[in-house]
Design a protein around this ligand. Structure first.
Ligand code: GRF
Length: 201
């Protein structure tokens, strides 16, 4: 399965996906990294791994439609089948949503629908929840709102600092994301059946 990863930041999930491919736990190839931040560390990871990247700056375009058309050309030139968002800090627009219907996935560091949007971990800590987790979901036009594919939770112990919580979340993400992608690509797994049915409605 040919995928493109979209990322804006450090790219630890991008790295985890590459590792899972290397270990043959994920049957996919990362054809392209799409990045909207030229200085993001994920660009360095792509260079080191020999993954092609396409970097753009949204402010150089007059609209989301304009830059997504350019991204779409890049994706099509590499025959990309699935779009995998991993810390991509922009909403996906109509151009990509219509061209990759039911083929765009995101990972979010909370148990959705709780704490959508930015700084989900901070929101959850401020709220004082005792169970936190990670969600993988289909992307729609909303912010972290598409049908849920998989989730994993953990209990927050009283003495967990923010950085320990963040480490725990990343640890879960790095296993859950490749695993969920593999299930999606091989059409296995019970928890994704519901999501697909909902997508077909
Ligand atoms: C992850 O926590 C992911 O859930 C969220 O953005 C973060 C990206 O982290 N969408 P990284 O860049 O993969 O390290």
């Amino acid at each position: 399965t040919k995928i493109a990863v979209f990322a804006s930041g450090s790219g630890s999930n991008f790295g985890a996906i590459l590792q899972a491919i290397e270990r043959k736990e994920l049957d996919a190839t990362v054809e392209l990294l799409i990045c909207d931040k030229p200085n993001a560390y994920v660009m360095e990871r792509a260079r080191q791994a020999g993954v092609d990247s396409f970097v753009f700056q949204a402010k150089s375009f007059s609209s989301k439609e304009q830059y997504e058309r350019v991204i779409l050309e890049q994706l099509q030139s590499k025959n990309v089948e699935w779009i995998v968002l991993a810390g991509y800090m922009r909403l996906i627009g109509t151009v990509l949503l219509t061209s990759y219907e039911k083929r765009i996935i995101n990972i979010h560091p909370s148990l959705l629908p709780a704490f959508a949007g930015k700084d989900a971990v901070g929101q959850a800590i401020d709220y004082g929840v005792k169970v936190m987790g990670v969600t993988v979901h289909f992307v729609d036009e909303g912010m972290d709102t598409g049908p849920i594919i998989s989730q994993q939770s953990f209990h927050v112990q009283g003495d967990m600092s923010r950085s320990v919580i963040e480490d725990q979340i990343h640890f879960i993400e790095h296993e859950l994301y490749p695993e969920t992608l593999q299930q999606l690509f091989t059409k296995k797994g019970v928890h994704m059946v519901n999501a697909n049915e909902r997508m077909e409605e």
